[in-house]
Design a protein around this ligand. Structure first.
Ligand code: GDP
Ligand code: IMO
Ligand code: MG
Length: 428
């Protein structure tokens, strides 16, 4: 058995898509287990650029199956759009399947997400407005519509009718917005079910059998630990568990089956959306990093907030995830920035020095990071393919991270292309 889990360790956009794409070439299965089309995963395949939201980033290279498992919330319209985009580029998609248990993002979820965010005094989390939170709410409230329901006209009708009764009342009376029409939604989603019926399958049995057989299975996380519903900066988080722990509930596989837990972190930090960000750089250097690193959201196009690497947050993330292999991406972006700073502790508002992450999101706004300074390097490292080709100070940067976290960096990414990797240990 050989299982691999790739998860983000910061606030998303660490380059998980690129790493998953690289690893998927040797995978029999690539499995998304949480989140939805709020994700934006950029993959370069030669001259072609793909931005994947809902499809596993393994879709381009995996010779086996790509599975959207039960823990994902699926916007079927986004799914079909992405499938069409991939097929338009001449690539196959007949290996992509969706769990019958996965919940469906309905039009009222997207509207609810949008109205709440836009309302004065509303949530203002800075969500992607893809309906993710409202869909997971309905799942937990046990009123959600699952992919399997799209194949049963009577069940679908009853569920949409019940949901619209409440949602329409909210739209009309609370938000003072137009209501939604039953017939329109029902007919549209019934039709979607028919179009997707061959892809809607049970996935947990097959995945468990594949694990027993010893197939290579890659579980691909979206978002990241600092956006985790439990362990992130609540309420400025997403509504799922993007941790390695999320794999078990999100794909129906036991904890004992998970072996290689790969955490992906950028060599610095970015965040898109609201919420505390202790090491944020609100200055020219922050802007410089944004420009060099092309730090603009792949889903919403919003500029990403940028800042120094935060090892206090990263230690929290590696601990919750039990990471045993680290990937550091975008090291190339730091070339020429001197000196470099890394946060190793925080000073609290009552002047205490701490080296652990706090559960108090409000207090975190007032915490001041304490930095270690490292010299930096000027060389372009985008052509480096072995660790020894890196400048001494780039190696010191990597080794500083390893030492602090007590975990080896097995892959250093030095550019967006598939080949721009320094692999220090073959995992596959
Ligand atoms: P994801 O959400 O974790 O998959 O990350 P995104 O795709 O949203 O954002 C990462 C961005 O950085 C993408 O535009 C990637 O093409 C790019 N990228 C990934 N790795 C590297 C790297 O090592 N160096 C540089 N310069 N860009 C990278
Ligand atoms: P990938 O997989 C970065 C952020 C949003 C917002 C918060 C809640 O590309 O790393 P949501 O729409 O999920 O309810 O928004 O989470 N967010 C992400 N930030 N990368 C992502 O995905 C994100 N998915 C959600 O910006 O702050
Ligand atoms: Mg992204």
């Amino acid at each position: 058995m050989a299982t691999y889990v790739v998860v983000g360790l910061q606030y998303g956009d660490e380059g998980k898509g690129k790493i998953t794409d690289v690893l998927s070439a040797k995978s029999d299965y690539v499995v998304r287990f949480q989140g939805g089309d709020n994700a934006g995963h950029t993959v370069y395949a030669g001259e072609e650029k793909f931005v994947l939201h809902l499809l596993p980033s393994g879709v381009l290279q995996c010779k086996g199956k790509c599975i959207i498992a039960n823990g994902v919330v699926v916007n079927p319209k986004s799914f079909m759009k992405e499938i069409a985009q991939i097929e338009a580029k001449g690539m196959r998609t007949d290996h992509v399947f969706i769990s019958r248990r996965a919940h469906v993002i309905m039009p009222y979820h997207i509207l609810l997400d949008t109205y709440r965010e836009e309302e004065e005094g509303g949530t203002q989390i800075g969500t992607t407005k893809k309906g993710i939170g409202p869909c997971y709410e309905d799942k937990i409230a046990r009123v959600g519509i699952r992919m399997v329901d799209l194949l049963n006209p009577d069940v679908l009708a009853e569920k949409i009718r019940k949901n619209l009764k409440i949602k329409n009342s909210l739209f009309e009376k609370y938000f003072e917005k137009p209501t939604l029409d039953f017939d329109e939604i029902y007919n549209e989603f019934l039709e979607i079910g028919q179009q997707l019926k061959d892809r809607i399958v049970d996935t947990e049995l097959e995945l468990n059998q594949a694990i027993q057989k010893g197939d290579n299975i890659l579980f691909e996380g979206a978002q990241a630990l600092m956006l985790d519903i439990d362990f992130g900066t609540y309420p400025y988080v997403t509504s799922s568990s993007p941790s390695t722990g999320g794999v078990c509930a999100g794909a129906g596989v036991p904890p004992t089956s998970l072996q290689n837990l790969i955490g992906v972190a950028k060599a610095y930090t970015t965040r898109v959306g609201n919420g505390p960000f202790p090491t944020e750089l609100n200055d020219d250097l922050g802007e410089k990093i944004r420009q060099i690193g092309h730090e603009f959201g792949a889903t919403t196009g919003r500029p990403r907030r940028t800042g120094w690497l935060d090892l206090v947050a990263l230690k929290h993330a590696t601990m919750i995830n039990g990471i045993n292999n680290l990937v550091i991406t975008k090291l190339d972006v730091l070339s020429g920035i001197m000196p470099l700073k890394i946060a190793t502790k925080y000073r609290t508002e009552d002047n205490k020095i701490i080296d652990y992450f706090t559960s108090s999101t409000t207090k975190l706004y007032n915490y001041e990071p304490i930095y270690e300074e490292l010299e930096g390097w000027t060389e372009d490292i985008t052509d480096a393919r072995t660790y020894d080709e890196l400048p001494a100070n780039a190696k010191k940067y990597i080794e500083f991270i390893e030492e602090y976290l007590g975990i080896n960096v097995y892959l250093v990414s030095v550019g967006p292309e598939r080949s721009q990797n320094i692999i220090r240990k073959e995992l596959f």
